[in-house]
Design a binder for this molecule. Structure first.
Ligand code: ZN
Length: 347
């Protein structure tokens, strides 16, 4: 097992290893998690692990309840959010009690926002169950729900008391979730770490603990420098400006991870074409994406994608901050005006 200690507005540990679920009570006690526990999970994860986690914690003497949402983005609604708050109030949960998020990004965001706001904040533990949630969303304290007008429009920064990444869970992931997670993991290597790219090349299965550890440690470095998301954290948007455009222009038929893979490819290819970086960077990226079944191209015309990036929410006052590769394992932030951004990508 490996541990990453996060020092944000609250300090907490992220544990990474095999079969950690079996020893949850020990980790909970060490992190001083007491009181009643409410496991929030979705139907799919519940069918694999819901009762297992509930039984292990109950057997260790915890008073545990479980709340199952249907899953998917529609579970991040105001309606579901309020229903959970009512459930907590009816069952007399207090600030000494704890919410345990068991699931991927959706469950983490929803349960996190419930934790941040019920009684102005109760204890929160995350047990992520997807690669993406391991490497990305379980560190950083971003929580949110959706509005009809858009995703993640209501939320809070709220840090958990403990994050348990049990990497044996990834064996039950379906291919789609797996590929999406790999896109974000490759993203970390491209932005920060040449050695991480080598580990990924040598195989995710064999190096899962080390790879997740590296991603969490990298995310930690970024979050500690920039907890409220206004500087270096922007680097994590590598591939996302164009990626979001691919998602939007495909009517969300292209999944997030695949869209990010395409976004990273387009911007890296542009930098090679302009002679800003060695072609080896693009070759490495392409090889890794192909190795993990991710796309590098789209049929959507580049002009159409560019129009969509202009509407991206990250756009501030006519300035588009793009993340561009500088060399192998290093990206930088670069500001463009709308005109220079168009010119950069299209010419
Ligand atoms: Zn992403």
């Amino acid at each position: 097992m490996k541990t990453v200690k996060i020092k944000a507005s609250k300090s907490y540990s992220v544990l990474i290893g095999e079969n950690l679920i079996n020893s949850l009570p020990k980790h909970f006690q060490k992190a001083k998690i007491g009181g009643k526990l409410l496991i929030i999970t979705d139907e799919k994860v519940n069918s694999f692990y819901g009762d297992k986690v509930l039984d292990i914690l109950t057997f260790a003497g915890y008073n545990v309840q479980k709340y199952v949402v249907s899953g998917g983005e529609k579970s991040k609604s105001g309606k579901v959010y309020l229903e959970i708050l009512d459930y907590l109030a009816q069952n007399e949960y207090t600030r000494k009690d704890t919410i345990v998020a068991l699931g991927g990004g959706v469950v983490g965001d929803l349960a996190g926002f419930v934790s941040a706001t019920y009684l102005r904040g109760i204890n929160f533990v995350q047990i992520p169950t997807t690669l993406l949630a391991f490497a990305d969303s379980s560190v950083g304290g971003k929580t949110a729900i959706n509005l009809k007008s858009g995703k993640n429009l209501v939320g809070a920064f709220y840090q958990p008391k403990l994050v348990v990444c049990d990497i044996s869970l990834i064996k039950t992931l379906d291919k789609k979730d797996y590929a999406s997670g790999m896109a974000e993991i490759i993203k970390y290597g491209m932005i920060f770490d040449k050695k991480l790219l080598e580990l990924i090349k040598n195989g995710m299965e064999e190096n899962a603990e080390e790879i997740i550890f590296k991603c969490v440690a990298l995310k930690k470095r970024v979050v500690q420098k920039d907890e409220k998301d206004n500087g270096v954290r922007g680097l994590l948007n590598f591939g996302h400006t164009l990626g979001h455009a691919v998602e939007k222009c495909s009517g969300f038929r292209v999944a997030h991870g695949k869209a990010v893979a395409i976004g990273m490819s387009i911007i890296t290819e542009t930098c090679v074409r302009k002679g800003l970086i060695e072609s080896e960077v693009l070759n490495t990226l392409t090889e890794l994406l192909v190795q993990y079944g991710l796309p590098t191209k789209t049929d959507i015309p580049l002009e159409t994608l560019m129009e969509a990036t202009m509407l991206d929410k990250k756009r501030k006052g006519g300035i588009i901050t793009a993340v561009i590769p500088k060399k192998m394992g290093k990206c930088i932030l670069k500001d463009f005006t709308i005109e220079s951004w168009k010119d950069f990508i299209l010419n």
